[in-house]
Ligand binder design. Structure first.
Ligand code: ARG
Length: 249
C-alpha cells in the first residue's frame, strides 16, 4: 500500500501545499511622482529609487505586505486612489487638513518645510519680497498653495509646472524670479548642480510640514498596516539608517 511511488507522491503533494499560499497575496500598487530627488527619482537602470522608496519598502516588509512602484504624474496622482488604480501614494505628500477631507494618511514619516530658490545675484530677501515677482511652483503642491496665499489664487505671476525640476529649470533660464518648493528637493538640486548659481532663502513664516503616505478615504486596514510598519522601522533603527543614507547626520 505504501509503495515507494505512493510515498514519493505523498511527499511531493505535501511539499506543494507548504509552498503554495491558500490565496495570492495582494500586491499594493504605489504611485509616486519620481521627479523629486532625493525622495523619488528614476535612476540609470530605470528603477524608481530614493528616500521614500526605501522607507515604503521597509515599511511594507515590516507590515508583511508587498508593494509595486509606479511612476505617476503628480497632477492626478490622488485621483488614482479614488479610482482604485493605486492603493497608496508615496510621493513626499504633505499631510494637510484639505487633503484629509478626500483621502486618509498614515502617521507622518518625515518633516519638511518650504524653501525659496533664487539666482545668486537676486536681491529678493524673504517670502514677502516675492510679491509682484514671477514665482515658479509645481502645480497643486503646498508650495503652490502658500504662493497663492501671498499673491492671490489667480495671480498671473504664479507660474505652474508639472514637475519641480521644470520649475527650477525655468529659474535657471530666467523665466521666473524664484521657485518655492520643499526644502529637501531644493537643497538636493543645488548640491548636485554646483555651477547652477542658485541660492536659497529660508523664511521664518514657513510652517512645518509632515510627509505621510496617502490612501483611499476609508482604507483603515491599509493605514493600520502602514502605521505598524512605520513604528517598527523607527523602533529598530531601520528608519535612521535610511535617513542617514540620504541626508547624512
Ligand atoms: N510636499 C509637497 C506637497 O505635498 C510636494 C510634494 C511633491 N512630490 C513629488 N513627488 N513631486 O504638496
Amino acid at each position: 500500500m505504501f509503495s515507494k511511488k505512493n510515498i514519493i507522491l505523498l511527499l511531493a503533494s505535501a511539499a506543494t501545499l507548504l509552498v503554495t499560499p491558500a490565496y495570492a497575496a495582494k500586491v499594493y500598487q504605489v504611485a509616486t511622482d519620481a521627479a523629486y530627488a532625493p525622495f523619488e527619482s528614476v535612476n540609470d537602470k530605470k528603477e524608481i529609487v530614493g528616500f521614500d522608496m526605501d522607507v515604503i519598502k521597509a515599511v511594507a516588509a515590516k507590515a508583511g505586505i508587498e508593494v509595486q512602484l509606479h511612476n505617476t504624474p503628480w497632477e492626478g496622482i490622488f485621483a488614482t486612489l479614488s479610482s482604485g488604480d493605486r492603493d497608496l501614494v508615496a510621493s513626499s505628500v504633505t499631510i494637510t487638513p484639505e487633503r484629509k477631507l478626500s483621502m486618509d494618511f498614515s502617521d507622518p514619516y518625515f518633516e519638511a518645510k518650504q524653501l525659496i530658490a533664487v539666482g545668486k545675484k537676486s536681491t529678493l530677501t524673504n517670502f514677502a519680497s516675492l510679491k509682484g515677482k514671477k514665482v515658479g511652483v509645481q502645480t497643486g503642491t503646498t508650495g503652490d498653495e502658500i504662493v497663492q496665499k501671498l499673491m492671490g489664487k489667480t495671480s498671473p505671476n504664479i507660474k505652474r509646472f508639472e514637475s519641480t525640476p521644470l520649475a527650477i529649470k525655468e529659474l535657471l533660464n530666467g523665466g521666473v524670479d524664484a521657485v518655492v518648493a520643499d526644502n529637501g528637493v531644493v537643497i538636493n538640486f543645488i548640491a548636485n548642480n554646483k555651477s547652477s548659481s542658485l541660492k536659497t532663502i529660508d523664511d521664518a513664516t514657513f510652517a512645518k510640514e509632515f510627509y505621510g503616505f496617502a490612501v483611499k478615504k476609508g482604507n483603515k486596514d491599509l493605514v493600520e498596516k502602514l502605521n505598524k510598519g512605520i513604528a517598527a522601522i523607527k523602533a529598530d533603527g531601520t528608519y535612521d539608517k535610511i535617513h542617514k543614507k540620504y541626508f547624512g547626520n
